[in-house]
Design a protein around this ligand. Sequence first.
Ligand code: NAD
Length: 287
Amino acid sequence: MRLTKKIAIITGGASGMGLATVHRFLEEGASVVIADFNETKGLEAADQAARAGFKEQVLFKKTDVASEQHIEALIDLTLSHFGSLDIIFNNAGVGGAIGPLTETTTADWDYTFDVLAKGVFLGIKHAARTFKSQAKGGCIINTASIAGLSGDAGPLVYSAAKAAVISMTKAAAVELGPDKIRVNAICPGFINTPLADGGDPEATAKAFGKSQPWPEQGTGTHIAGAALFLASDDAEFVTGEHIVVDGGLTAAGPELSKRFPKSSARNGRYSGITKGSTGADAELRRL
Ligand SMILES: NC(=O)c1ccc[n+]([C@@H]2O[C@H](COP(=O)([O-])OP(=O)(O)OC[C@H]3O[C@@H](n4cnc5c(N)ncnc54)[C@H](O)[C@@H]3O)[C@@H](O)[C@H]2O)c1
């Protein structure tokens, strides 16, 4: 087991990729505090884990990650119940502001940034305080998104908040590195969770299975695997990094092979070399 005796907080742990990570961390020996705004689903998740044999290792705390008081109370509870803190996964999120930017209000912006960016900042801030006082290092993982890396993988405000998460990850890693506190982010691609499935997980599974070069949909367990790596000692020298977990979606970039299949380097019926504007003839072999 890779997380034996580790104590972890997972925000947004009642659903989707947070819930998948709760299961994975418990199986790997960690104790986990599920922190989520949704009390019903959070209690259900903790109850389900307890019935699966993890009663002593799991706790739920209703938390709004955008509230500093809530984050302080969450960390206090973790310390009083489990005695220390080793890992925080700042993962809670919402879609937030949608629609044309010309119609987006400052209230829409504030709600989105409060949850997605301020929530991550507060998690980093208070976990770092605890880690420093414990003087044994620590691990911070933040959920960003491929939306934070490009202009068309999410709505504008969401994308900006996720870019802020990537930026905070790097800045915090630099500041906290000397204390052996590692800070990394995960950038999920299309992952079939309640946030993304529009109430129809089966149709989403089909659609997401075709959304990237990898021929199957992205699931919460894919993100849990990346989070486990980042939380484990195997990632001891990894900090300030954002790991893209998207089945090759961003690697595909402009997808020229789909847009221009005939001239695609991969799909063509020839191999060999072309010589651009040199005036020299191409040397091609028909396949
Ligand atoms: N699903 C995707 O395709 C995708 C892609 C990239 C990034 N993400 C990000 O992954 C993270 C997890 O999303 P998911 O897809 O698992 O969604 P999800 O809806 O299944 O889970 C998100 C959880 O966060 C909780 N939450 C929302 N606001 C909160 C708040 N203020 N305080 C505490 N908890 C709160 C929700 O109650 C929910 O349980 C989010 O940060 C999301 O932006 C998702």
